[in-house]
Design a protein around this ligand. Structure first.
Ligand SMILES: *Cc1c(COP(=O)(O)O)cnc(C)c1O
Length: 361
């Protein structure tokens, strides 16, 4: 059935080998593989769980972690929850998650109670915000950081596993030796003041991996969390391709349901489109327009590239995408399949849509 997402497990494995080799080259860096970009796809998760270089398997949603927790643990990987937990999900967190990222004492308190009821000790990573301004205690507020640590250490069923930072997500801030060194310094301060050893100082996501190649990842950083660099081979700091990776691990396939020669400019008074936007149309004269049976409900039309480079994506609505196939050397017919490579947004939406079938090769 179409539309479908073709997942190339061999290429994903090669990407994993490549990012693992770069990360482990550092010597003391553990590898956390992030599965949310492909909605914790079952076959991908199985491959990751069986890879010897992977130490942690992480996702932002407990529902995703639940699907592979058993497989991950059986293979000696810790499951990790990246998004700060909701109060409403603490029971599930202590059950399916071995390490959760946190920044709120009220939530950590509830995790402590839930862990107590479940008879387990739950590990947490305290998030520090170095300026990207998404989650974490602001790094300049040392008093709040130390107070939070003190409260955590007093809890019976919580283990402070370490600290971490997330960058290049909201504020688009690039990890560098200087901002990551601030994180390491905070870690050392916590260790000295409380006489403890932090097992993990996690230095960010796919935007941090480039620092290893430059020899600029601070010594104290001993973990990286990699999603996009593994799934699509991207160094997300500067948009470069990581050595040994490929970007065509996934192919989206959709079927043409209409093919007509029509003008490129709509006729009549222009209002707003299906999403309330005032559109812009380029006058290309009479063109050959193909409609494929997939839409904004299933994919991100700004995050997909036709493999046939002579095709242009003109636009779309919930269930339709319109292509200009005029310049293509292929004589497309209704019923033909058009293929696309995906960016992060396209991958995320197609992997999540129940209307997009997944097949493997
Ligand atoms: C999504 C996420 C990651 C992985 O990001 P990539 O850019 O895909 O490597 C790492 N850490 C946190 C906290 C995240 O939310």
């Amino acid at each position: 059935m179409y539309p479908r997402l073709v997942v190339d497990l061999k290429k994903l494995k090669e990407n994993l080998d490549a990012v693992a080799a770069i990360t482990k080259e550092q010597g003391h860096c553990s590898l956390m593989i992030v599965t949310k970009g492909l909605c914790a796809d079952k076959e991908m998760a199985k491959m990751v769980a069986n890879h010897p270089a992977v130490d942690f398997m992480a996702d932002s949603r407990v529902a995703n972690i639940k699907t592979y927790a058993q497989e991950a643990r059986k293979n000696g990987k810790m499951t990790t929850l990246l998004r700060i937990p909701m109060h409403a999900e603490v029971e599930d967190v202590v059950k399916y998650v071995d390490l959760s990222f946190n920044s709120e004492l009220s939530t950590i308190g509830l995790l402590n109670e839930a862990a107590g009821r479940a008879g387990v000790v739950h590990r947490i990573l305290l998030m520090i915000d170095l300026g990207d301004l998404r989650e974490g205690i602001f790094y300049k507020n040392e008093e709040l950081i130390l107070h939070t640590v003190e409260e955590i250490l007093a809890m019976d069923h919580i283990q402070l596993y370490g600290i971490g930072v997330n960058l290049t997500c909201y504020g688009a801030i690039i990890p560098k030796k200087d901002n990551l060194s601030n994180l390491v310094a905070i870690g050392r301060k916590i260790e000295d003041k409380f006489g403890i050893k932090l097992s993990m100082i996690s230095g960010g996501n796919s935007s941090s991996i480039y620092l290893i190649g430059k020899g600029e990842l601070p010594e104290g950083i001993n973990n990286l969390r990699l999603g996009e660099s593994f799934l699509l081979g991207n160094d997300t700091a500067y948009g470069a391709k990581l050595p040994g990776t490929v970007s065509d691990t996934l192919t989206l396939e959709a079927q043409i349901v209409e093919l007509k020669e029509k003008p490129s400019l709509p006729i009549g008074e222009v209002g707003v489109d299906a999403f309330g936007q005032k559109p812009y149309y380029e006058d290309r004269g009479i063109i050959k327009r193909a409609i494929i049976a997939i839409g904004k409900q299933d994919t991100d039309i700004d995050s997909m590239e036709p493999l046939d480079e002579k095709i242009d994506i003109l636009g779309g609505s919930s269930d339709h995408i319109i292509l200009d196939v005029t310049k293509s050397e292929v004589d497309y017919q209704v019923g033909d399949v058009v293929r696309f490579v995906l960016g992060y947004g396209g991958m995320l939406k197609t992997a999540t849509s129940p209307y997009v079938e997944k097949v493997y090769k």
